[in-house]
Write a protein that binds this ligand. Structure first.
Ligand code: ZN
Ligand code: ZN
Length: 298
């Protein structure tokens, strides 16, 4: 029997299945029962939506555009906040997430792509790939793609403290619920602000991997099957403009037309005006137009 030499954070991927797939799904059924019984408060719903949006923003702004694609440079305190929020989304330690995503861009829609739907089907890309992502596989991906991230002390810190942030993201809503309505408030806030919120944000992010390589239009000719999907664009805070993203991975703006709603990009613009984000990557309009003129294979 071979002994796994995986680094601790690669081993964390073994815990994804119960915590990311099973428990939040069960919580959704329980939440429906609670709603039918009239046991859900406005506070629970607001907490679920606000924490959901904040942690999803941690993934889109922090993990994805800031860490992987270096689309801008954030002030250290802002960088720390968004990495904490991203870690609270339960999608894995920042260096695991970033290494897998780096590989996705390097191998898009080829057999080595960690989550391509065009070769292995919708459900594989949506979540089944996580079942295969055991510690040895994650370790191999980190060994090949984590180099740049391992050199940044803040990425290392949040990578190592991922479990703390994950548990905190479940206990924090429970604590708020307790303050508002005692023990029952703590329980219902844990279910809605904790587990159901994780269910919601996980599926939204997974839709970028699954839906956005199958359904939607293409503005640019890329070597992969990436697509722009309006609905995913709304829910994933702008990440649904995925064909644009594959065409210009480092662009801070995934929505490249005024009607392509991109909430993450709006935040980048505001933060840039406030001086807390700098070196924002913009694709020159002339270059965009040139790429637009090229035949798009659908
Ligand atoms: Zn993609
Ligand atoms: Zn990307």
């Amino acid at each position: 029997m071979s002994v796994s030499t995986a680094v601790p954070n690669a081993r964390i991927s073994n815990f994804y299945v119960p915590f990311l797939l099973i428990l939040p799904t069960l919580a959704v059924f329980y939440g429906i029962y609670m709603a039918i019984m009239g046991q859900v408060s406005t506070f629970d719903v607001v907490l679920c939506l606000v924490l959901g949006a904040m942690t999803e923003f941690g993934v889109t702004f922090g993990y994805h555009r800031m860490t992987v694609h270096k689309s801008f440079v954030a002030q250290p305190w802002l960088k720390a906040i968004v990495l904490a929020l991203g870690s609270m989304a339960f999608q894995g330690p920042v260096i695991n997430w970033s290494s897998v995503h780096t590989k996705h861009h390097a191998m898009s829609d080829q057999p080595e792509d960690p989550h391509t739907p065009t070769i292995r089907g919708f459900f594989f890309a949506h979540f089944e790939w996580l079942l295969e992502m055991n510690s040895d596989k994650m370790n191999a991906i980190r060994e090949k793609y984590a180099g740049r991230y391992l050199k940044d002390p803040m990425y290392l810190f949040f990578d190592r403290t991922f479990l703390f942030w994950s548990v905190f993201s479940l206990l924090f809503p429970a604590a708020l619920g307790f303050l508002v309505a005692g023990w029952w408030g703590a329980w219902s806030a844990f279910i809605f602000g904790g587990l159901i919120r994780v269910f919601m944000t996980s599926h939204v992010t997974w839709c970028v991997n699954s839906v956005c390589h199958i359904a939607g239009g293409r503005m640019f000719n890329t070597t992969d099957k990436s697509r722009n999907n309006f609905l995913v664009g709304i829910f994933a805070l702008g990440e649904g403009w995925h064909n644009n993203h594959h065409a210009f991975p480092s662009s801070a703006f995934h929505g490249l037309r005024w009607w392509q709603i991109d909430f993450t990009a709006y935040a980048v613009r505001v933060f840039e005006k406030l001086g807390i984000v700098r070196s924002v990557v913009r694709i020159p309009e002339a270059f965009l137009e040139k790429k637009l003129g090229q035949n798009v294979e659908v």
